[in-house]
Write a protein that binds this ligand. Sequence first.
Ligand code: C5P
Length: 401
Amino acid sequence: MKQLSNRHILLGVTGGIAAYKSAELIRRLKDHGADVRVVMTAAAMEFITPLTLQALSGNPVHTTMLDPAAEAGMGHIELARWADLILVAPATADFMARLANGRGDDLLTTLCLATPAAIALAPAMNQGMWRDAATQANVKTLQDRSITLFGPAAGEQACGDIGPGRMLEAEDLARHCAGLFNSRLLDGVQLTITAGPTREAIDPVRYISNHSSGKMGYALASAAADAGAQVTLISGPTNLPCPDRVNRIDVISAADMHGAAMAMMGECQIFIACAAVADYRPNNCADQKIKKDNDSMRIDLVRNPDIVSAVASHSRRPFTIGFAAETQDLLRYARGKLERKNLDMIVANDVANTSIGFNTNDNAVTVLTANGEQNIAQMGKSQLAAQLIQLIAQQFLNVQS
Ligand code: C5P
């Protein structure tokens, strides 16, 4: 079943340049199974037409309080009751100020006052406006009233500035909405994830590493936070931003990652080893840059600690999940690792297939436990992460009970 099946989402669009992304957002929400109705403010209509959003949502777009035709069809109080969630994306600084002050001076603010549904905002504004003390005070007021904020992200802005204030991408917003509805299976559970590659220094300027992007581990961290977990992400070097509501510990080498993982033992209840840890490291890291004086050279390598095995054999062992990236004999090798490393679960990933796995946006996996096996078909890493977290949570809760 799709994650937003049968969910009624009222999408509020306010007047910012990010309103053009609302069109894509409607498609993503519908892809996830939601029934979407749209309310636009007057300013939003300066950026995108109601006709576009009507065509995409498949429903008439609501724009004014006093619209006799709308009131005869679905009036504003009915609309407020119809919604399971009001998502305002983009939410401008002005809209947030009006909402924080309890104003009902247009259809969207009135609906927010009248609805019994949850309200979520995706702020989008210039970085200076976002940082302004008045906006930050409004953010606090809204959060104190249990209104959820998705983002904003930081980065390049339409006005040329760089900083916080970008609206999250449509797919991320759709997934966050699904996260709001998902039963928070991991509420308060301490969960640690390793992600990304490690770098093993040869000398001060060179290292041995691999192609892991960290995308799968970061997607899992985000999905686990959506499911209510307290997430610590132990990350090797990646180019990815830290997901919302996740505590990231940055490490470089396998030895650093091992140290950071061991420091979590005792409090950690679920450990997911998603990192592509280098199996070997140079025996000695040269103090100075090595010169090319000879025609050939040898680097003496020694084994790195196996982090997930160390976690799984710890006296205060958490529920432990490993990954097996293989190019052949996937399930046999994966089951061997499940047993040898004493894991509760292993996620087997065929990296011979170049459309999934390392450095790609998609993945397809088989999840193995001591007495079970389940396939998850190819899909985006964030969607797959949400499914994996549900599976992990169910197994974890079974073991606890
Ligand atoms: O043995 P292999 O490297 O194939 O096992 C992969 C699994 O073990 C992954 O979950 C990976 O994160 C973990 N691992 C680890 N420490 C290592 C090597 C692998 O935690 N030194």
